[in-house]
Design a protein around this ligand. Structure first.
Ligand code: SF4
Length: 178
């Protein structure tokens, strides 16, 4: 069987609850199969004008990227380019918040861009649709280390195929699976 790749959209689960990551990714492997993801995005692209250009900057939307090195795959909402610098841009529902899981997810996008485009990224942005606010996220050494650790933990779960133990604390409130 083909090895499951880490979907960026599920990386936050590793920080929140590794067991939940297992349920989400391993038990729904088909939904996250990278061929399926790629097919969906190519279909979207046919229906959408994907590249928007202004005088100062260009944006590419719905970008499918994968990395052998990280065993990771994702569809990025948007990559913005300005003066030769690239910035991942993620769109979130709700109001602006300082959520480390969101920062790790954005940092995963940065790692994918760096791996595929041979560039180095300084920062990215998260847009919050309810408050129309933009958050700036710097890819610091600390955030990169946290992100790499999350990726390593996710890959360990995928390789070992062992369900992590329940965390049994208040994070479990309101959750279905135990
Ligand atoms: S109920 Fe608790 S241990 Fe189980 S998946 Fe949810 S958060 Fe994790």
């Amino acid at each position: 069987m083909e090895r499951i790749r880490i979907p960026i959209s599920a990386i936050g689960e590793i920080l929140y609850c590794p067991r939940n990551f297992y349920y989400r990714v391993m038990e729904k492997a088909n939904d996250y199969n990278h061929h399926v993801l790629k097919g969906k995005i190519e279909e979207n692209k046919r229906n959408e004008k994907e590249k928007l250009k202004t005088r100062e900057r260009s944006k590419i939307r719905n970008v499918y990227l994968e990395s052998e090195e990280y065993n990771m795959v994702g569809v990025l909402d948007e990559i913005e380019e300005k003066d030769g610098q690239y910035y991942p841009v993620e769109y979130k529902k709700g109001k602006k918040q300082n959520n480390i899981n969101d920062h790790v997810q954005l940092c995963c996008q940065a790692l994918l861009i760096e791996a595929n485009m041979n560039v180095s990224l300084e920062k990215g942005y998260i847009y919050y649709s309810s408050s129309y606010e933009k958050g700036e996220v710097y890819f610091t050494e600390e955030l990169r280390e946290l992100t790499i650790n999350a990726i390593e933990n996710a890959n360990k779960i995928i390789e070992e195929e062992i369900i992590p133990p329940p965390i049994n604390d208040n994070r479990c409130e309101g959750k279905i699976k135990k």
